[in-house]
Design a binder for this molecule. Structure first.
Ligand code: SF4
Ligand code: SF4
Length: 369
């Protein structure tokens, strides 16, 4: 390792990054055919931004011809132990570990930019540009090229010491570094726990994921209705999903226990949030990405999945008072899952709802009850 890489690695560690890798930029030709096929197959679902500027993703020097290298950084976050409470009885949702606490985009970007500043101080006149989960960047490709870890079957970057519970950041620069020649060895071996335990079958052989089947996509990126056949498989996940990280043996040592109210919020309380309450509660959280409309849609589905008769009252109230049809229609579905005379009465009233989608959901729910 050259002295600049050593100094930067040390500085990045001081800023809280646990992993630092350096790679020389080159066209990702080996990904090209795969990526175009994945797009053609609709693997990106409604995330149309993934289909934009494929040539820039495949060769970052098209972003800026001066770039020669990429510094990849891994910033850890705490995995959460599997809760031992009965989420159905207590009507608790679940939020993915990465979204707890302050929005990671802000935290990690600030620190990664500080590393970029150090590059420019040590190499005056150099250029740097920092990305955290934004921009046309194949971040996992570069993390793997910089030997931060290997590309696992769960489509995450995995590291033998740090598992996969870390955020990635990239700094593109015109500075050159000594780079490792050998790639990080794949340690998935014959394991396939993530593929077998993914509740929706979103992971397939060949290190690929179908976004439209993934709970993370459905609960965060999908702005419309969640496909009916997927709803029962969401369980109580209301923002993201940790299952393919949790079940990975390389993450075993990293689970921490914490306050259940934070990561396992009470679903009836969430379903009653006004726009103002939502803004106040999630203003510094990554959860705000789903917006109130998306989060409460997910909450309604999770309440249906509790099959708990105590969930009927908050769902019925939502159908009566909620202004957002997307939430009312998912609340109607949820009432159908729970069933019983009170749920039926509410669904019969919902047959006269002003919105077609709500009336349709209510009719389907009543038919199957
Ligand atoms: Fe499957 Fe959840 Fe992983 Fe998505 S995040 S691939 S739904 S286990
Ligand atoms: Fe690889 Fe097994 Fe982890 Fe999946 S669960 S990423 S197959 S080690």
């Amino acid at each position: 390792m050259d002295s600049l890489s050593e100094t930067l690695t040390h500085a990045a560690h001081e800023l809280g990054f646990v992993l630092v890798g350096f790679a020389r930029l080159h066209p990702l030709s080996e990904r090209e055919a795969f990526y175009h096929q994945w797009l053609a197959d609709g693997g990106h679902a409604s995330m149309t931004y993934l289909a934009r500027e494929p040539e820039r993703r495949l060769d970052p020097r098209r972003l800026d011809a001066r770039y020669k290298s990429v510094v990849s950084l891994g910033y850890p976050y705490a995995a959460r132990a599997t809760p031992d409470l009965d989420w159905r009885a207590e009507m608790r949702g679940r939020i993915a570990a990465y979204a707890l606490g302050r929005d990671y985009h802000d935290v990690v970007k600030k620190r990664a930019r500080a590393v970029g500043n150090i590059i420019r101080q040590l190499r005056p006149g150099s250029v740097t540009r920092t990305y955290v989960d934004t921009g046309p960047v194949f971040e996992r490709e570069w993390a793997s090229a910089g030997r931060i870890g290997w590309f696992g079957k769960n489509t995450m970057i995995l590291n033998r010491d740090h598992g996969s519970y870390f955020f990635l950041a990239e700094i593109f620069t015109d500075v050159e570094f000594d780079v490792p020649l050998e790639p990080y060895r794949d340690h998935c071996g014959t394991c396939r726990r993530c593929l077998d335990l993914c509740p929706t079958g979103a992971l397939a052989d060949g290190y690929v994921m179908s976004s439209d089947l993934c709970i993370s996509y459905q609960t965060i990126e999908n702005r419309g209705a969640i496909p009916r056949e997927l709803r029962p498989k969401l369980g109580n996940w209301i923002f993201g999903c940790d299952i393919c990280n949790d079940v990975c043996p390389w993450n075993d040592a990293h689970a921490s226990h914490d306050d259940a109210d934070d990561r396992l919020p009470r679903l009836p309380e969430l379903l009653a949030l006004t726009e103002e309450d939502f803004g106040r509660r999630f203003t510094v959280s990554a959860v705000k990405r789903a917006k109130r409309r998306g989060l409460l849609r997910n909450v309604a589905v999770a309440l249906g999945n509790t099959r708990n008769p105590d969930a009927v009252a908050p769902l019925a109230r939502s159908i009566e008072t909620e202004t957002e049809p997307l939430i009312r229609s998912h609340a109607a579905w949820a009432l159908g899952e729970i069933g019983g005379s009170a749920a039926r009465r509410s669904l019969e009233r919902a047959l006269r709802d002003r919105d077609t989608a709500v009336r349709r959901e209510a009719a389907v729910a009543l038919e199957t009850n």
